[in-house]
Design a protein around this ligand. Structure first.
Ligand SMILES: *Cc1c(COP(=O)(O)O)cnc(C)c1O
Length: 420
């Protein structure tokens, strides 16, 4: 880690001055607390609103106003093929080999369940699912019900990964050992790419290899990874993934979700899936034919026509990611989080422990602070001082300095408040 950090406001401001991405903060609306910019460290929960979002949404409202149904074909951005407007950016964001590997549709947990239809095909012998014990509740619920749906008991079918005693995060070697232990009973590995609670970024490539080596399918929930870390889903051989767009991707509350399906399934019309007209061959869609022929790639998993307003908000947000570049964002992110971590560690005993991995390759921008006592009180005080962070029961404060719009000065001011 860089050790030439300084615990002064002047140093933080100097870092901001030299930040080649500093002007991106101005592309977002910063929430106000007590008449001042908040220290907004919750981009991992709900990203901020780009100033351009309104224009993108208004364009579609205008076309709806002026064209009615003809907006599907006559609008500036014809709605009929709207998902194509965001496919290139999406492919780049997650490291897909081509636009065929991605599609934007539905919402995250819905997609998680839909993808299970295709990728969780248990047999009497091979039916187990490996996931983190501290996975997001929605993922637990989905997996449990998927197991039940296929006639298995969740307690038996779902293998949960726990950290070793006295540790907070998972060791890759332990994840791989568990995969090998399950062996030919293992149907699916399903982890969060970045764990929402600890902020741990898993070694997706090696986990994918391990899963495949025992004949299992490997998928990731990238809710906390997309827009946070660099992803190479295609090269890593990941079978499928899905993520939401309202966290790091700033695409509006409850915003639309993205899906990755590896190209090896691109031409598998026989693959079991739930279907609807939007997944069928685009040229034949309006022939109203009864025979479902899925279009190629991930787009063949679409069911309904796209929610244009949510898609347009996503489009606006993705354009800014393309402009900034994930590589640049990640480089700044590493610095920003290292600085925040360093400042916290510099502060001496604050009654908190950072449970996020210390090495930068094992985390994104989030730090999870385990409070030893009076955590909730501390959290309230942070709030009163203009910090917008995230409290997770029973005792964790999650803070995420987001490279897109957070500054080194935010980090400095946060730790100043923390010390107070
Ligand atoms: C945020 C998040 C969700 C939320 O799911 P929605 O379907 O978008 O409400 C699910 N899983 C994980 C891992 C998350 O971080």
């Amino acid at each position: 880690m860089t050790t030439n950090f300084k615990n002064t406001l002047a140093f933080a401001q100097e870092m901001d001055k030299n930040d080649s991405l500093k002007h991106f903060r101005d592309k977002y609306y910063m929430p106000q607390v007590n008449g001042k910019d908040a220290i907004y460290f919750t981009g991992n929960s709900l990203g901020l609103q780009p100033k351009t979002t309104k224009d993108y949404i208004n364009q579609e409202l205008e076309d709806w106003k002026n064209f009615g149904v003809e907006g599907h074909f006559e609008g500036k951005n014809p709605w009929v093929g709207y998902h194509h407007f965001v496919e290139k950016q999406t492919a780049e964001l997650v490291g897909a080999s081509s636009v065929d590997e991605v599609v934007v549709m539905n919402t995250l947990t819905v997609n998680l369940n839909l993808l299970m239809v295709s990728f969780y095909r248990p047999t009497k012998k091979r039916y187990k699912i490996i996931m983190e014990a501290d996975a997001f509740p929605s993922d637990h619920y989905a997996m449990q019900q998927q197991a039940r749906f296929h006639g298995f008991e969740p307690e038996d079918a779902i293998v949960q990964l726990y950290p070793r005693a006295g540790e907070h995060t998972l060791r890759t070697e332990d994840i791989i050992a568990k995969i090998e232990f399950c062996g030919d009973e293992l149907a699916l590995v399903m982890l969060g790419g970045v764990n929402y609670y600890t902020g741990q970024f898993f070694d997706l490539e090696n986990i994918t290899d391990a899963g495949h080596s025992v004949g299992a399918t490997v998928g990731f929930d990238l809710a906390h990874a997309a827009g946070n870390v660099e992803l190479k889903l295609h090269d890593w051989g990941v079978d499928f993934a899905t993520w939401c767009s309202y966290k790091y991707l700033n695409s509006s509350p409850g915003g639309i979700s993205g899906v990755f399906i590896h190209e090896k399934y691109a031409n598998s019309p026989e693959m079991p899936r739930f279907a609807g007209w939007w997944g069928s061959d685009e040229k034949e869609r309006f022939l109203m034919d009864k025979n479902f022929v899925p279009q190629k790639g991930a787009a063949g998993w679409q069911m309904s026509n796209a929610p244009i307003l949510a898609m347009s908000a996503h489009w606006a947000a993705l354009e800014i990611f393309m402009e900034a570049g994930m590589k640049n964002l990640r480089a700044k992110s590493v610095q920003l989080t290292n600085y925040l971590e360093w400042l916290i560690n510099e502060s001496g005993d604050l009654g908190i422990e950072i449970i996020t991995p210390k090495t930068e390759k094992d985390r994104g921008c989030q730090l999870s602070l385990l409070t030893k006592e009076n955590g909730k009180e501390l959290f309230k005080k942070l709030q009163d001082a203009g910090v917008i962070a995230d409290w997770r029961e029973p005792n964790v404060i999650r803070i995420a300095p987001v490279p897109m719009y957070n500054t080194f000065e935010d980090c400095y001011r946060f730790v100043e408040v923390l010390n107070r």
